[in-house]
Design a protein around this ligand. Structure first.
Ligand code: EPU
Length: 439
C-alpha cells in the first residue's frame, strides 16, 4: 500500500478518457470472510489491491488463515489453519469487517472476540442487528469494555429472524451464521444489493443451500460443511457511477471498463434525467458523457433497488452544474452530507435540512438529523489554493471530482481514506485527462 498523504488537482477542464474500475470493495472483503467458512484454499479473482482489502487480509491472517496474492488481483485464502478467535482492532481504527467475523469464527472455533469499531464518519453505525442475529442462532454474547465476546455450546441452530431494516452487513452476518447452522433458517427483510447476490451465489458454489424468495426473504438450509471455491469479484458500481458523474459534470467523455451495466440499473434513470448520456461500448464497458445541458432533479437514496446512498456524493457534485434546485433525501444514513461544506468552499450553493424532503418513509423523520440537502445550480466552482481534508471514502472521491471541476488548484489531504477504497488514484487515472498528482 502507498504512503500517499495528499493530492494536488488542477481543475477546470473536461475530464475524458478511459479507466478500468476495480473489483467491488464491498463484495471482495465479504468474500474473503466467506472463504474462512471452508477448510482449504478459496481463490478470488479480480480482487482489488486496496486499503480495505489489506485491512481485511490482516484480520484474517490474525485468525491463522494464509493469504497470498498472485499477479495484480488473484487472492488465495487458505482457511485450513484457523486457530485464533481474537479479532484485532483494524489498523485504520475503523472498518465494518470485524463484526462480520463473529459468525464465521463461532462456526470454526466456537468462540469469537470482536473489537468495537466504527465505520466511516457518516452516522452512528450500530451493530445491534448483528448481535441479535448471533443470539437468535444460539450464541451467547457478552459485552466487554473492549468489544463483544461470543461463544456457542454445541452447534449454532437455525432461527427465524426478521431484520428491523434491510441492513447489508446484518444480512451478510445472517448468511455466515445460517449456512453452517443446524436446520433451516428463515431471514426476513434482507438486503438484496448486487454484492449480497454475489455473496449468496459464492456461498452456494461452496455447497451452501441458500434461496432468496420474493419479498426479501432468505431460506437457509444449514449444511455440515462448505468447500473452497474460485470466485470472480464483480466490478465496483460505486466507482463506475462516480466516473459517470464526473464525465457529465465536466462535459467530458469517460469510458469505464470492468462494470456490469445491470448493477447500475437504478443509476441510469436519474443520470439520464439530469442530462447524462450512456453508450455501451462492449461487454462490461460503458461510455458516459453529457447528452443535454444538465438540469435539476429530486432524488431519494434507498436500499437496493433504490438509488444507492454511495452514489449520492458524486451525484451531488454533478448537480452543482445542473440548472435549478435539486433536492436529495438521504434515507440510509443519518449524517451523510458533511462533505457539502467542502463543496461550498469551492463555490457550490448547498443547504442542509433536518426535515425529510421526500416521500420515502424514513427512519430519521422528526429526529433532527441533517439528512436532506438542497443544491442550487449551475455554479462555477473555483479554488484559489483551497485545501480539503477527506472525512470518509465516498466523500473523498467527491472532493476529487469537485477539485477537477473547480478552476484553479486544490489540495486534498487525508487521501489514505480515499485509497482504502479506490487504490492509487494518481496511477489508476493515467488514462483520464485528470490532472492529479499524489505526494
Ligand atoms: N444499522 C443498524 N443496526 C445494525 C446495522 C445497521 O441500525 O446492526 C443501520 C445503519 O446504522 C444504517 C443502515 O442500517 O443506518 C444501513 O446500514 P448497513 O448495515 O446496510 O450498512 P453496512 O453494511 O454497514 C454497507 C457498505 C456501505 C454502504 C451500506 C449501504 C460495506 C463495508 N459497507 O455498510 O458502504 O453504504 O452497506 O449500502 O459493505 C462505503 O463503501 O463507503 C460504504 C459506506
Amino acid at each position: 500500500m502507498t504512503s500517499t498523504q495528499r493530492y494536488l488537482v488542477q481543475g477546470g477542464k473536461p475530464v475524458s478518457g478511459r479507466i478500468r474500475c476495480l473489483g467491488a470493495k464491498n463484495f471482495a472483503t465479504k468474500a474473503m470472510v466467506a472463504a474462512l467458512l471452508a477448510e482449504g484454499t478459496t481463490r478470488l479473482l479480480n480482487a482489488p489491491r486496496i486499503g480495505d482489502v489489506e485491512i481485511t487480509r490482516k484480520l484474517l491472517a490474525a485468525s491463522g488463515a494464509k493469504l497470498d496474492w498472485s499477479g495484480d488481483s488473484d487472492l488465495a485464502i487458505d482457511a485450513s489453519t484457523i486457530r485464533s478467535c481474537d479479532v484485532p482492532v483494524p489498523d485504520s481504527g475503523s472498518n465494518r469487517i470485524p463484526i462480520l467475523l463473529l459468525g464465521v469464527l463461532l462456526h470454526r472455533i466456537g468462540e469469537a472476540h470482536v473489537p468495537v469499531v466504527a465505520g466511516c464518519n457518516i452516522g452512528a453505525r450500530p451493530v445491534d442487528f448483528h448481535l441479535t442475529a448471533a443470539k437468535m442462532f444460539g450464541a451467547e454474547i457478552e459485552v466487554a469494555p473492549d468489544g463483544y465476546r461470543a461463544r456457542r455450546s454445541g452447534p449454532l441452530k437455525a432461527c427465524h429472524y426478521r431484520l428491523p431494516y434491510p441492513s447489508v452487513g446484518a444480512t451478510e452476518s445472517c448468511l455466515y451464521l445460517g449456512v453452517l447452522a443446524k436446520g433451516t433458517s428463515i431471514i426476513e427483510g434482507v438486503a438484496i444489493e448486487p454484492e449480497i447476490m454475489a455473496l449468496i451465489t459464492m456461498l452456494n458454489t461452496m455447497g451452501a443451500r441458500v434461496q432468496l424468495k420474493p419479498n426479501r426473504e432468505l431460506i437457509i438450509e444449514g449444511v455440515d460443511r462448505l468447500y473452497p471455491t474460485t470466485y470472480d469479484v464483480l466490478g465496483d458500481r460505486i466507482e463506475a457511477a462516480s466516473w459517470a458523474a464526473l464525465a457529465a459534470a465536466t462535459d467530458g467523455e469517460i469510458t469505464v471498463d470492468g462494470i456490469d451495466p445491470a448493477t447500475l440499473i437504478n443509476f441510469f434513470g436519474p443520470f439520464n434525467s439530469v442530462g447524462g448520456g450512456v453508450s455501451i461500448e462492449g461487454p462490461r464497458s460503458i461510455k458516459f458523457f453529457r447528452r443535454h445541458p444538465l438540469r435539476s432533479i429530486v432524488l431519494e437514496t434507498d436500499v437496493f433497488p433504490g438509488f444507492a446512498t454511495d452514489w449520492q456524493q458524486p451525484f451531488a457534485v454533478m448537480l452543482t452544474q445542473a440548472s435549478g434546485i435539486s433536492i436529495i433525501h438521504e434515507t440510509v444514513y443519518e449524517r451523510r452530507f458533511g462533505y457539502l461544506e467542502a463543496l461550498s468552499a469551492l463555490g457550490a450553493k448547498t443547504q442542509i435540512e433536518t426535515h425529510c424532503l421526500g416521500s420515502v418513509p424514513c427512519r430519521f423523520r422528526g429526529r433532527d438529523f441533517p439528512h436532506s440537502a438542497i443544491v442550487r445550480g449551475p455554479t462555477e466552482l473555483r479554488s484559489d489554493g483551497i485545501t480539503l481534508d477527506v472525512p470518509d471514502l465516498r466523500a473523498g472521491l467527491a472532493y476529487v471530482m469537485a477539485a477537477a471541476l473547480a478552476k484553479g488548484e486544490t489540495t486534498i489531504t487525508s487521501v489514505q481514506r480515499i485509497e482504502r477504497g479506490y487504490g492509487e488514484l494518481a496511477v489508476r487515472t493515467k488514462g483520464l485527462s485528470l490532472p492529479l498528482q499524489a505526494f
